[in-house]
Structure formats: C-alpha cells, structure tokens
Write a protein that binds this ligand. Sequence first.
Ligand code: AMP
Length: 299
Amino acid sequence: MSVLIVGSTALDSIKTPKFENPRLLGGSASHAAVAASFFCPVKLVGVVGDDFPSRYFQLYKRHRIDLEGLQKLPGKTFHWSGEYEANMNNRRTLLTELGVFETFSPTLPKGHQNTAFVLLANIAPSLQSHVLDQMVRPKFVAADTMDLWLNIALPDLIKLIKRLNLFVLNDSEAHQLTKEDNLFVALKKIHQLGPKYVIIKKGSHGSLLSGPDGLFICPAYPLHTLIDPTGAGDSFVGAIMGCLASSKASVDKNIRRAMIYGSVVASFCCEGFGLTRTTRITPQQIAKRVSELKKLTRF
Ligand code: AMP
C-alpha cells in the first residue's frame, strides 16, 4: 500500500555553529516523503514556486515519489531559515517566507483520494483538515505539528486531533498542549482528545508510544556526530508510516517495529545537511542500525 503525504515543500537555509547552507531542499513533506520512500510508494501533496530548482524535482523522482499532487505556482517557494545553538538542540527560526504557501489550498487528484495511509505532516491544521476532508475512508491517519500552530491555531488543531489514529508531537509541544510536566500524564490527556495512538518525541532521548497495548519506549540511535537535525522528526514519522503501509501485519502488531525504523532513518537525517544524507541511505545501512538498536535494548 502507499502513503499520501501532505506538508511543506520548502527551501531551507540552515546555520549551525560550524557551517551555513542556503536553499537546500526541505519542508516537512519532503523529509517525510523521502523517509517513507525506503518502504513503500509515496504520493506527495504540496506546492512549490517557479523558483524551485529542477534538481529537486529530480531528487523526488529518484525516490519514485508520485508528484501528481505537487502544484507548481507562479511565485516563490516557501523559504524557511533556522539557526542552531552550540548544543545543536536549541534552534531558532530566523525567517519564514510563505511565498506560494500563503494561498495554497490543495485539491487532491482523484487517484489520491483512496490512499489507505495518510500522513498530515507539519503545516497549518486547517490545511491538514482540508486534505483529510477529501480522503475516502482512509485506513490510518497520522499527523505531526509544531509549536507555531499551538500558539496561533489551537482550536483548528484540536478539531484535527479528534480525527486522527496517530498524533505525533515533541515533549515541549505536549507540555504546551496539556500544561503537564509529566509526559505519562500528558499522554493520557492527549488520548482524551481522540487519537488511539500518541507518540511523544524526545529528540536524542528517543520517543514514547502510548496505545491500546500500553506504553512502548523507543530509543534514539546513538549518534556521535550531529551535522544538522532539521527534519529528523519528519523523517521519523515518514519512515513509521512507510513501514506501516508496507507491512501485511496490522498496525497494532507493527507499530513498535515501525518506530524503530523511524528512529534509524531519523538518525541518518541528522548526519547531513537537509536531505543530503537521507537520500543516500541504503537498505543494508538501515538493517544494520536496526539490529544494533535491537542489541542495545535487549536484556
Ligand atoms: P523539524 O526539524 O522536524 O522541526 O522540521 C523542519 C522542517 O520544517 C524544515 O524543513 C522546514 O522547512 C519546515 N518548517 C519550518 N517552519 C514551518 C512552518 N511554519 N510550516 C511548515 N513547515 C515548516
């Protein structure tokens, strides 16, 4: 089965303490789509401007990503710029130029509406809902978000959360949403908003899943060198959805395993700027890190 992914398709200018890289391919949907493409066919829904470099279209195509739902409009591609502090954990947004995103209202091609797995990657919750409105009985719907939407579009986000099978957010967003410091209590409160599964990401400390089978603690792959963590969260959830869609097993049976694959793909993302490392991952490299994580957590 395939995954439909909607989110931002962006040009990212990223500064770290050592390097600076302008106008790389980025955006939540780009990271998630490339990550998912290692597991199953992907349909990308987004918008770019007429300044979008043709080499980035080629990159999507090399990953066999279906671009029928990617609109190209006159104007500028969404441009985001961020700067990391020395610890590489704290990041501040330097610039957000919406460009063609400002008026984006995705209309799904007919053939996309029956896709079984849907990932609503980080964009405005009203747009995420608009895409979901066009889907015909999807089997499994997941969404990611960011602090911006908790600040400026909370009612829209709450409406969306009700309709999800899986909601993914990071620890500080979980705190912001529930006003809870204890993540286990926060998980319970988020379930009360609707979703069967909730995942809280904790950066280099891994992630927590809460679902009908209780809790699962998923490790992050231990990295010694971090080049650029931009998009790690999107790669994580993209790989999870790709893994779920590619398996004959039910989501209930497969979701823990899918999170391990998510952790592994996210670890590669952090080892290069933008998508530069992710796009070069081989299936053998994924398998090696998965078995290393197995060894690290067995007792
Ligand atoms: P992450 O590192 O997982 O938070 O994701 C970073 C990605 O999110 C970058 O590639 C950005 O292009 C994208 N991004 C940043 N701000 C926004 C926004 N307001 N809406 C959608 N995507 C964004």
